[in-house]
Design a protein around this ligand. Structure first.
Ligand SMILES: [Zn+2]
Length: 181
């Protein structure tokens, strides 16, 4: 989960496509026939994604579970990939989980603080690889922009950006997307 940048998951490396290609057609069709959920599907109409959405939503669905059982290890692996992908495209400042690309090339989430250690300091490219150069559509943090200002001004950490953003009432930056709650 590290080397996709502008276009996540080129077709030949798309783990979902690979997983789907190994599904018996009747299972893929059965997944497609499940009722839609009020969730944003990363890949609309995608059978495996639909199943993953049901799973993410915690649907205690007697229709879903037999399918999961038949999918077996493939389904578990798919779930792991979905979680990993979501972590990699979650804004480290505001936790919005719909970034178009990982904020940094090797970003897999902000490390959980350990006792006696300090959180990673900007510029974050040192820790997570090349920045996307994009801004979070929710809080506006610029990856490789605000942590490494071109004009030589003081870098801003994820933490202090998030604090200021919350103090300002969490204004949306671009699109109307923001984390729930
Ligand atoms: Zn953000």
């Amino acid at each position: 989960m590290s080397e996709h940048v502008a276009a996540p998951f080129p077709a030949e490396r798309d783990p979902l496509a690979v997983a789907l290609s190994s599904l018996p057609p009747d299972i893929a069709g059965a997944i497609d026939s499940l009722p839609p959920l009020a969730v944003v599907h990363r890949m609309p109409g995608h059978a495996v994604d639909t199943l993953a959405a049901h799973w993410s939503a915690g649907t205690p669905d007697s229709e879903v579970h037999p399918l999961l059982a038949r999918l077996g290890p493939a389904a578990r692996r798919l779930r792991e990939l979905q979680v990993a992908e979501r972590v990699a495209t979650t804004c480290p400042a505001c936790a919005f989980d719909g970034l178009e690309a990982p904020p940094y090339l090797a970003f897999e989430g902000v490390p959980v603080p350990q006792e006696g250690t300090t959180p990673p300091a900007p510029p974050y490219a040192v820790h997570f690889g090349d920045p996307s150069g994009q801004r979070c559509p929710c809080c506006g943090y610029g990856f490789g922009i605000d942590d490494d200002p071109a004009d030589g001004s003081e870098p801003i950490t994820f933490e202090s950006w998030a604090r200021r953003w919350q103090e300002r009432g969490r204004p949306g930056y671009g699109a109307s997307t923001r984390p729930a709650g």
